[in-house]
Design a protein around this ligand. Structure first.
Ligand SMILES: Cc1cc2nc3c(=O)[nH]c(=O)nc-3n(C[C@H](O)[C@H](O)[C@H](O)COP(=O)(O)OP(=O)(O)OC[C@H]3O[C@@H](n4cnc5c(N)ncnc54)[C@H](O)[C@@H]3O)c2cc1C
Length: 366
């Protein structure tokens, strides 16, 4: 089967759906290709409240909310931080992703359930090949937005090195409650990352991330024993990309979200940045120039990602440096600056510069 369109968006997660929706609103003919429309991504589902208003997403999708975070240091010192009136909203990823894709359908985009397998460069664009219900479908288009996640096949087909990543293992456990979004640190169960317990619809979502390969299930076991949780859920292993900031577009193929590694270093938050990157990718196509995507992305996020990556490298070195990071956050000025930057998505230069100034005063960064 052969089809023709202006843009093929490969991958119907948050990045893909936001870009397809905006393209359709500008009257650009778009096909969204999603491998599995019933996929529920393993994810804590934590999103800053402001994102609902910014992307016109109803707050009724919020399953749980947390108005405070608990940070536990490697030596077991607790730090509870109040987040103010509105804290972190927790969504259930399958429901959230289905909602966003339905919004795309409502705007006239054809959502094709199919697996992207290949692409060829043609005289006036590309031919995308997908396996749709066992048959190869060819879609001819001018632009491609690659939003096919951390294992991006579009990347590998174009001979672009895969994302650097770390491994997570997570599970949902029913019948246990927490009021906090908990972040637990220790190199014994979360080297180069953290373990977490988030409220979820029917209990908690718990997981751990580690840069140590091959040990994830065991590390989760160690963390659960530290946290005192004996119950088990269905364990899922998934990668989180490490940001490098080296991939934006290759000709008229634009990479957005996890496929481009656009996860905030240090906090490893990706949903908001995936949606923003999807928005920038669509805007670049609407303006008819794929290369301006990089400019848009960098003028909004480069400085903050770059600085957070510096902090990640400095603080995630060992348990002593993590103790330092947590000790710094006992200072209300540091807390306030972090909340502004992490939760309010205050992209204004002033708050970012304040954050940088505070940390430069506290530590000597290269
Ligand atoms: C355990 C865990 C917990 C996390 N917790 C949080 C959190 O609490 N808050 C937060 O902000 N971020 C969190 N993240 C990160 C967040 O999940 C991602 O950054 C975000 O989902 C990226 O969105 P995306 O649209 O770029 O990619 P994805 O959400 O991964 O979507 C990619 C889509 O592409 C589809 N696809 C893949 N290959 C193909 C193909 N060949 N053909 C067609 N379709 C394809 C997939 O089915 C999928 O629907 C977490 C990640 C993990 C692993």
């Amino acid at each position: 089967m052969k089809q023709k369109t202006d843009v093929v968006v490969v991958g119907g997660g948050p990045a893909g759906s936001i870009s397809a929706k905006l393209l359709a609103e500008s009257g650009i003919d778009t096909i969204l290709l999603e491998r599995d429309t019933s996929f529920g991504k393993p994810c804590g589902g934590g999103i800053p409240y402001g994102a609902f208003k910014e992307f016109n997403i109803p707050e009724s999708l919020i399953e749980k909310e947390s108005k405070s975070v608990r940070i536990v240091s490697p030596s077991g010192k607790n730090l509870d931080i109040e987040l103010g009136k509105k804290g972190i909203a927790i969504v259930e990823r399958r429901k959230f992703d289905v909602f966003l894709r339905n919004e795309v359908v409502r705007r006239g985009v054809k959502v094709v359930e199919g697996n992207f397998i290949n692409l060829n460069t043609e005289k006036n664009g590309y031919c995308v090949k997908a396996n749709v219900r066992g048959e190869v479908t060819e879609i001819y288009c001018k632009y491609i937005i690659a939003t096919d996640g951390v294992n991006s096949r579009v990347r590998s087909i174009l001979n672009i090195k895969p994302n650097k990543y770390f491994i997570t293992v997570s599970e949902k456990i029913k019948g246990i409650e927490t009021d906090f979004c908990e972040f637990w640190f220790s190199s014994s169960h979360a080297k180069g990352s953290y373990s977490w317990v988030f409220p979820s619809k029917e209990g908690i979502s718990i997981g751990t991330g580690s840069i140590q390969p091959g040990t994830a299930i065991n590390l989760l076991k160690l963390f659960k024993s530290r946290r005192g949780i004996k119950e088990n859920g269905h364990k899922r292993i998934y990668k989180i990309p490490l940001w490098k900031g080296d991939l934006y577009n290759k000709d008229n193929v634009i990479f957005a979200g996890d496929s481009a590694g656009q996860v905030m270093p240090l906090t490893y938050e990706g949903i908001y940045y995936a949606m923003k990157s999807g928005e920038f990718a669509a805007r670049a196509i609407i303006e008819g120039k794929a290369s301006i995507y990089k400019k848009m992305w960098q003028s909004t996020f480069q400085k903050r990602f770059y600085f957070m990556d510096k902090l990640r490298r400095y603080f995630y070195k060992n348990d002593n440096t993590i103790e330092k990071l947590i000790a710094f956050h006992r200072n209300p000025e540091v807390q306030e600056a972090s909340i502004r930057l992490w939760l309010m998505k205050d992209s204004g230069k002033e708050s970012l510069n304040k954050y940088i100034k505070i940390f430069r005063k506290l530590i000597c960064l290269p």
